[in-house]
Design a binder for this molecule. Structure first.
Ligand code: FE2
Ligand code: FE2
Length: 140
């Protein structure tokens, strides 16, 4: 599996948030490397534990930022974050009980990147762009 590399298509244009999203890409690469080395579940446990802690931190940062810009779909976004935390908890339970292996963790993370980052997070990136364009229209 080729390494995931950060590209502009993932950028939302807010440095702190883009840096945090890069950490998720690192997590995918870490999980993939474990999959290739056929590592056992202890390794998967580490990745999911890290994912859970980092996701909470990231969602806090993101939600505070979205509040500050008065994002019109904030509630919808917060619900989606809650859903992801719940899914991460289930994944963690699955890893602990041996029902989820590292391949499933990789699948979960890739889905996260595609569906959350490229769909939900991109929506607020568009909101920021529109907001900035409006400002430009008024000031120049
Ligand atoms: Fe988000
Ligand atoms: Fe995000």
């Amino acid at each position: 599996m080729p390494k995931f590399v950060w590209s502009e298509k993932y950028a939302v244009g807010v440095k702190e948030i883009d840096d945090q999203h890069k950490y998720f890409i690192d997590l995918i690469n870490r999980a993939n490397a474990l999959l290739e080395k056929k590592c056992n579940n202890d390794a998967a446990e580490e990745v999911v534990k890290d994912l859970e802690a980092y996701a909470r931190k990231h969602f806090d940062t993101e939600e505070n930022f979205l509040k500050s810009i008065k994002y019109d779909k904030l509630l919808e976004h917060e619900i989606e974050h809650l859903r992801l935390i719940e899914k991460t908890n289930l994944l963690y339970d699955g890893v602990l009980t041996g029902n989820v292996n590292i391949a499933k963790v990789v699948e979960f993370l890739e889905d996260w990147l595609e569906h959350h980052l490229l769909t939900f997070d991109k929506q607020y990136a568009d909101f920021i762009k529109k907001k900035n364009n409006k400002k430009r229209f008024f000031f120049f």
